[in-house]
Design a protein around this ligand. Structure first.
Ligand SMILES: [Zn+2]
Length: 118
């Protein structure tokens, strides 16, 4: 599995919209509105956001298994969000990419982190 990240405008076949805000976003991988608004109003630090997002994904792994299975079967995936790319990688698409790498490695599936699409 090859894992890319990109900004929202990317429209390749392996695009997976993981935003909360767009109608097509896959909710299983989107942060809750609580997290989204916490980042917007500055009440959540990036460290705390990361912790809470990982917690939400642990719940999602149990409750939304069908979506995880579908995602993990893709030979190539590009996780997209509205956030601009920053060197600090402060967007949940980078957190989810890390999670996918860990899961695939646990199951012995070859996985490659490809980085941000131009
Ligand atoms: Zn984002």
């Amino acid at each position: 599995m090859r894992i890319w990240t990109a900004q929202f405008g990317y429209d390749g076949q392996d695009r997976v919209d993981i935003t909360r805000g767009s109608a097509a976003g896959v909710r299983a991988f989107a942060p809750s509105w609580k997290l989204v608004s916490g980042v917007k109003d500055g009440s959540l630090s990036w460290g705390r956001y990361t912790e809470l997002y990982l917690e939400e994904m642990r719940v999602s792994w149990i409750d939304q298994r069908k979506w995880w299975a579908r995602l993990l079967r893709m030979p190539s995936v590009t996780l997209v969000c509205y956030c601009k790319f920053t060197p600090e990688h402060q967007c949940h698409r980078f957190l989810l990419a890390d999670i996918l790498v860990q899961i695939q490695q646990r199951y012995g599936v070859p996985v490659e982190r490809m980085g941000e699409r131009p």
